[in-house]
Design a binder for this molecule. Structure first.
Ligand code: C2E
Ligand code: CA
Ligand code: CA
Ligand code: CA
Length: 275
């Protein structure tokens, strides 16, 4: 038994070494990726349940690795966050998505909006916020074209600076969405302290909305609560017609998910949904 314990330990440490090695390689690749422009922004349509029109898109990052192919953000965003590289990558994503929406507004739909994911660290580094703000001022971008997706954690912290900055964003017309709603903290008091524009019901509820009475009741309650607080609701990860119908009947305002489309490169999104 002792023997097998030792070999398991050996196995474990070499596994850890392998992980550390992988992480190291990925980090140095990421530095290169920033310099060589290997990142791309994909767009996934968000449909208004009343008009049936695509009125917004969520910007989702992709990394086109020259050897390993397309790497999912679920893989590289956590490492980018840990290492601080998210500041550089995030700033590029932000600028790319913001100028893309300006172009789409001019060519196709003057009210189109793009929804951009923001990591907590991007909010904590005050310089980042200043940078976004001056980018908006300098480029003459209309703030109403932007939605920032944040997670509940950001608003739970007693960080006055973050709160102030968020308010300044809103003064420019930028909207705020709570991403992955219902999966994190349970306290809801922040909803009355801030002007939130949207709640995004997490996919984990949407997945079972047709099969689980509990998830159905919870989704319904989230929608009712949001509407009473004058907040609109986006359901994410909607994959089939039944889910879409149930959520629409509950009064959900917007639907996002594979039922309409996977995230697409800008050109393709434009061709399929805007042109
Ligand atoms: P998220 O913000 O919750 O984004 C939704 C994820 O669900 C996306 O995965 C999207 O492709 C996927 N999705 C949408 N509809 C469906 C569906 O019907 N079925 C299924 N199975 N999946 C669906 P993606 O693009 O891989 O992004 C994963 C996560 O990475 C995002 O989750 C977000 O947390 C993070 N992320 C992506 N882009 C950025 C970014 O630019 N900045 C930051 N900070 N995080 C990002
Ligand atoms: Ca999101
Ligand atoms: Ca989400
Ligand atoms: Ca999610």
């Amino acid at each position: 038994a002792k023997h097998s314990g030792r070999s398991q330990f050996h196995y474990f440490t070499s596994y850890m070494q392998e992980l550390a090695q992988k992480r190291h390689v990925m980090l140095s690749d990421m530095h290169k990726a920033i310099k060589e422009g290997q990142f791309e922004v994909y767009y996934q349509p968000i449909v208004d349940t009343r008009s049936g029109k695509v009125v917004k898109a969520e910007a989702l990052a992709r990394w086109k690795h020259p050897k390993n192919g397309v790497i999912s953000p679920a893989e590289f965003i956590p490492l980018a966050e840990e290492s601080g590289l998210i500041l550089e990558v995030g700033s590029w994503i932000y600028k790319t998505a913001v100028s893309q929406v300006a172009k789409w507004r001019e060519e196709y739909d003057p009210e189109f909006k793009v929804s951009i994911n923001k990591s907590p660290i991007q909010f904590k580094v005050s310089q980042t916020l200043d940078e976004w703000m001056s980018h908006i001022d300098e480029s003459g971008i209309d703030g109403t074209s932007i939605i920032l997706e944040i997670t509940e954690g950001i608003l739970m912290e007693e960080d006055e600076l973050v709160k102030q900055k968020l308010m300044t964003f809103r003064e420019k017309g930028i909207e705020v969405a709570i991403d992955d709603f219902g999966t994190g903290y349970s306290a809801l008091s922040y909803l009355k302290k801030f002007d939130i524009d949207y709640l995004k019901i997490d996919k984990s509820f949407v997945d079972n909305v047709a099969t689980s009475q509990q998830d159905k009741v919870l989704s319904e309650a989230m929608i009712a609560m949001a509407h009473k607080l004058d907040i609109q609701v986006i359901a994410e990860g909607v994959e089939d017609a039944e889910q879409k119908e149930i959520l629409t009947n509950m009064g959900c305002d917007f639907i996002q998910g594979y039922i309409y489309s996977k995230p697409l490169p800008a050109k393709e999104f434009e061709r399929v949904f805007l042109a």
